[in-house]
Write a protein that binds this ligand. Structure first.
Ligand code: PMP
Length: 365
């Protein structure tokens, strides 16, 4: 049975002129739309009471399991205004499936992908005017999340009750002043995820455990932390909230390498899409392990010409400088490389309806 969403009508809490001001300079994750989605789950009833309600605080029992044991998973994807005025999201089915896989690791019930898509449609029906105009770099960021709402402190079994929500936040151009390469700190002190752990899951706990390392990266003068594998501490896994690509060679002979999905890094939807787009463009692609030493030697010898990170929020971000306890070197000349820019152009062009969607990645919402 698919969920039917009810909608509470209410006067717009944000006036049209306030909304126009927000859409003119939204930043990221700062402002939220008028409404939100909420759906409840109980082990005896399944998913029930699907609704679109005014955006606002959620009342929780102080013993709700999420507040103590962190049983929570989330997603992040964007809705883009298309040139014909319609709204489409980039591969939302993939986000729906990833939410299920993340939830499975945290012993949470799956939300059917059809209901996941319906929840996005229900919210966008109500908050359509919050999707920025076509033609620019803006979009509406969608944040579905699910948490354990059962009251009680018992830790022998997962929660029997959950709440699924979707909130939405207008997102501006990630690089307001043009694309600028970031500097990264290779974290040898902290570990993000170990074999058998939750690294592949998009769960809040992974991010809670990352803040200290990100603070350390900032203290070392870097923009972002890069995680290494937990066992040998030399394989590069991913950057803060993005996957990584390494470009070997240049021009038509360029080869792209991205760390293989070992279970301890997040299987990014942008990562997977870029593997396809790079292959379309005629580049060889490889998913394999790459060490910090191979990176340093490759950059020094000139074999590695570009490094970039990819994810929903920024799409593609060039990496221009690498630092660690033992390393301190630059990649390229401080400007984004040509493979980085070409792939970015192709992917953002598909998302914004500028280029043909040959892979069927855009879903109208
Ligand atoms: N790694 C981590 C840790 C992330 O949080 C994200 C953002 N979801 C990514 C990679 C990139 O994933 P995606 O391309 O699906 O946004």
């Amino acid at each position: 049975m698919t969920l039917q969403f009810t909608r509470t009508e209410h006067p717009h809490p944000v006036s049209e002129s306030q909304r126009a001001d927000i859409l003119a300079a939204p930043g990221f994750g700062k402002y939220f739309t008028d409404n939100m989605v909420m759906v409840d789950y109980d082990v005896d009833r399944g998913w029930y009471d699907a609704k679109v309600t005014p955006y606002g605080p959620i009342a929780l029992d102080p013993s709700a399991m999420v507040l103590h044991y962190g049983q929570e998973v989330f997603e992040g994807l964007k809705a883009y205004r298309q040139p014909d005025g319609s709204i489409a999201a980039f591969r939302p089915e993939a986000n729906g499936l990833r939410l299920q896989r993340s939830g499975e690791r945290l012993a949470m019930p799956p939300l059917p992908v059809d209901d996941f898509i319906s929840s996005l449609r229900a919210l966008l029906d109500a908050d359509n005017e919050w999707v920025p105009a076509a033609g620019g770099e803006e979009s509406l960021y969608l944040r579905p999340f699910m948490f354990a709402s059962q009251a009680g402190l018992g830790v022998n079994a997962p929660s029997t009750q959950y709440r699924y929500c979707v909130i939405a936040s207008p997102a501006g151009a990630y690089f307001a002043g043009g694309i600028k390469p970031v500097s990264v700190w290779l974290s040898t002190e902290y570990v993000r995820a170990a074999p058998g752990g939750t690294g592949f899951a998009k769960c809040g706990g992974n991010y809670a455990a990352s803040f200290l390392a990100q603070q350390q990266a900032t203290a070392k003068g870097c923009d972002q932390v890069v995680w290494l594998d937990a066992v040998e501490r030399r394989f590069i896994e991913e950057m803060g909230g993005m996957n990584l690509f390494f470009v070997f060679g240049s021009g038509a002979d360029a080869r792209l390498v991205t760390p293989e999905l070992t279970g301890s890094l997040l299987p990014g939807i942008t990562r997977e899409s870029l593997l396809t787009l790079a292959t379309d463009a005629g580049f060889a692609v490889e998913e394999r392990k790459i060490t910090t030493e191979e990176l340093r030697k490759g950059v020094t010898s000139g074999d590695i010409t570009e490094v970039f990170a990819c994810g929903t929020a920024a799409v593609i971000t060039p990496v221009g400088h690498v630092k660690s306890e033992t390393d301190d070197y630059s990649i390229g000349d401080g400007t984004p490389g040509e493979v980085t820019l070409a792939l970015r152009d192709t992917l953002t062009g598909i998302q914004r309806g500028k280029f043909a969607d040959t892979h069927g990645w855009m879903t109208e919402l």
